[in-house]
Ligand binder design. Structure first.
Ligand code: SF4
Length: 368
């Protein structure tokens, strides 16, 4: 029986995000590692490799594909209640010890992470997305930057079908990969895991490429929402969270920031789980730093108003949530507050497709 490594090596094609160096070496440009790769060797992510002076990249498979609520990604300012058709491949360029998607992200590094690839075509995936009434197609579950050629092939089909396109990414990008994605990417959730370069190095990356990516995505007009998984004792000091929130606010005070609760997972089992009080404290820091849309995630029903979207102008609740469920949706067709008509930033349903608050989204509910 073929090993996972052999199966993945068969599901590749020559990439576009690389440059040739001397002596059959190549430099991959898909993520911030910018790996120089000798002939026959793998990059840090273990899914892109040099085959005789050409960079081979993942192609033609998914490790998982399903519809999720768009709130799960999380996007809170994009078509609340919409289905997001989500697909993932294998591998990651970081190795976070608390990864909550480790079965797919660490499949090539960790023999306990078992995840089987399934053959796929962009056309078939988008047909599935349309059949399931999805409004967005999301590359997620593993790090999408390292499989960007495949994501763009799918996003081209998605755009032709009128769907939004999205990444759920660690943000370890390069100018080259962002330029490559620019025509095809509508939305990006970026994990800003810490504001300390020493912490990022423990996870296998560096802070600066992530900061550059967030700024560039915003400048490119991609809708960006930031997530910080709050790990007690790792990234939750007052000073670090303040610098992190001030960084986001300096790019745009309207960029949503989600602080989410950690639970012990994978190889990080020492810190305690994040408590409600930790999320409330972090959210307060976000507000004081000038952020207008701060959310607390992973503890549904326990964080009061921090699951809801409120108008930054008058304080009116315009979207009410419980976990991934939309309980009320009150924006008008142009995405404006019903009380004061202030525009709420985001990608809202068009005027022809208002949400009906008496039919809140739940995973079992399917629009006709
Ligand atoms: S995607 Fe990143 S880790 Fe993988 S080969 Fe390219 S530069 Fe290296």
């Amino acid at each position: 029986m073929a090993t996972l490594d052999e199966v993945l090596r068969a599901n590749t094609r020559e990439g576009e995000l690389y440059e040739k160096l001397d002596g059959k070496r190549v430099r991959c440009l898909a993520c911030g590692h910018r790996c120089p790769i000798p002939d026959g060797a793998l990059g840090v992510c273990k899914v892109r490799f040099n085959d005789g002076g050409a960079l081979k990249v993942p192609w033609g498979y998914v490790a998982g594909a399903q519809c999720d609520p768009i709130e799960k990604k999380p996007f809170f300012h994009v078509r609340p209640g919409a289905m997001a058709f989500s697909f993932g491949m294998l591998g990651c360029d970081l190795h976070c010890s608390y990864c909550q998607n480790w079965v797919t992200s660490q499949a090539l590094r960790d023999s306990e992470a078992v995840s089987s690839p399934m053959r796929a075509t962009p056309e078939r995936l988008i047909r599935m997305a349309v059949d399931q009434h999805a409004e967005a197609v999301v590359s997620t579950y593993n790090e999408p930057l390292i499989t960007s050629e495949w994501a763009v092939a799918i996003f081209k089909e998605a755009r032709a079908a009128g769907l939004l396109t999205a990444y759920v990414s660690n943000g370890n990008g390069t100018p080259e990969v962002l330029e490559y994605l620019r025509p095809w990417l509508d939305l990006c959730k970026v994990d800003l895991k810490s504001f300390d370069d020493r912490h990022y190095r423990k996870l296998g990356g560096r802070l600066q490429p992530i900061l550059d990516t967030i700024r560039s995505l915003h400048d490119m007009g991609v809708w960006v929402e930031i997530v910080t998984l709050l790990v007690p004792g790792f990234n939750d000091s007052e000073e670090e969270l303040t610098r992190l929130a001030e960084f986001i606010a300096a790019i745009s005070p309207e960029m949503p920031w989600h602080v989410t609760a950690f639970h012990r997972d994978y190889r990080m089992v020492d810190p305690r789980d994040t408590a409600v009080a930790d999320l409330l404290r972090a959210a307060g820091i976000g507000r004081r730093s000038g952020l207008r849309y701060v959310y607390a995630g992973n503890l549904p029903g326990m964080v009061g108003e921090l699951e809801n979207t409120k108008c930054a102008g008058c304080g009116e609740t315009v979207v009410e949530r419980l976990g991934y469920r939309i309980l009320k949706y009150r924006l008008d067709g142009e995405g404006r507050c019903p009380a004061c008509a202030a525009p709420i930033p985001g990608r809202w349903p068009g005027s022809g497709r208002p949400r009906i608050s008496s039919h809140p989204f739940s995973p079992r509910y399917q629009r006709a």
